[in-house]
Design a protein around this ligand. Structure first.
Ligand code: A3P
Length: 302
């Protein structure tokens, strides 16, 4: 019993074996049948791949780089995390921040919507209707990041080691698993004109360049001043301090433990500080097995 936080257990939804809560399963249909708008932007990610970072960028691009408005309301209020209200009945004081599908459907345009769900659980018309951004990150850093996330967030109540967590991850026993089908389904759609597929590692390497690509994809032209301001705003050091995105409020509401931070380290290759050589071999084998026959590759160090 290494996960103590769930009061409802976890279920696998078919097809694809997606791991979620029973509350989500009961509401999955509502999400699947949602109205998609042509001026929506949807951000799809597996957890810990740079959701918060990219989401703030998308919101700012959709809202004329209004940094002041961004600072006044938390990111979760500006960009609904679609399935969050259905994750658990234990909301630890964050219920007011969450938007059910009914509320999301009443939001004014333009909406930025972010689910961690795989494509096949989202409205089938999504990609033909709205713009979709998918952010991927190398699985080694995702495992480390997700491990710290599971220790930080009380809902998960994880008490085991990183080594044990990595095995849960590879066995598809963590929330939102399985990792590879999630990414590969999106990867197979990357040439769709409404799709922008990007990597966390590329944002680390060239934040300004990636901002420019996303802006072009959304049809936004940025002034040099806006581009510089966005790049500064999204730099790790500034982002970690930004109360509108850093989720530090989770410590006050009781959703988070006091130790650890949601915007944690922001590095590519942090796995090297955490994996034993033996664990690294096992993870390499797991990655290789899952990427065989695909043309997807990951960058694990910069
Ligand atoms: P680490 O735990 O490796 O630090 P998500 O938003 O999908 O949950 O992803 C969280 C991960 O993105 C965390 O990774 C977090 O630190 C990182 N991150 C968030 N903002 C970032 C930024 N501005 N620059 C680099 N990494 C960032």
């Amino acid at each position: 019993e290494l996960f103590t936080g769930y009061d409802e257990g976890l279920v696998r939804s078919e097809p694809g074996g997606f791991v979620a809560t029973p509350t989500y399963a009961r509401n999955a249909e509502k999400i699947f049948r949602m109205q998609v708008r042509s001026d929506d932007v949807w951000l799809l990610t597996f957890p810990k791949c740079g959701t918060t970072w990219t989401c703030e960028l998308l919101w700012l691009l959709q809202n004329n780089c209004d940094f002041e408005a961004a600072s006044k309301a938390g990111l979760t209020l500006r960009t609904p995390f679609l399935e969050m209200p259905y994750l658990t009945s234990r909301m630890y004081g964050i219920k007011d921040m969450l938007m059910t599908v009914d509320k999301v459907e009443q939001l004014p345009s333009p909406r930025v919507i972010r689910p961690h769900l795989p494509f096949y659980l989202l409205p089938p018309q999504l990609l033909d209707t709205a713009k979709v951004v998918y952010v991927a990150r190398n699985p080694k850093d995702v495992i480390v990041s997700y491990y710290f996330h599971h220790k930080l967030i009380k809902l998960h109540g994880y008490t085991g080691t990183l080594e044990e967590f990595a095995q849960f991850f590879m066995d598809d026993e963590v929330y939102n698993a399985p990792f590879f089908p999630h990414i590969l389904e999106a990867w197979s759609k990357r040439h769709h004109p409404n799709m922008h597929f990007m990597f966390y590692e590329d944002m680390k390497r060239d934040l300004r360049g990636e901002i420019e690509k996303v802006a072009a994809f959304l049809g936004k032209s940025l002034s040099e001043e806006q581009l510089v301001a966005l790049t500064e705003h999204l730099k790790f050091e500034n982002f970690q301090k930004n109360e509108s995105v850093n989720n530090e409020s989770g410590k006050k509401t009781g959703a988070f433990n006091q130790e650890g931070r949601f915007i944690r380290k922001g590095k590519t290759g942090d796995w090297k500080n955490h994996f034993s050589p033996e664990l690294n071999v096992r993870i390499d084998e797991w990655i290789e097995k899952n990427l065989t026959g695909t043309d997807l590759t990951f960058v694990t160090e910069l």
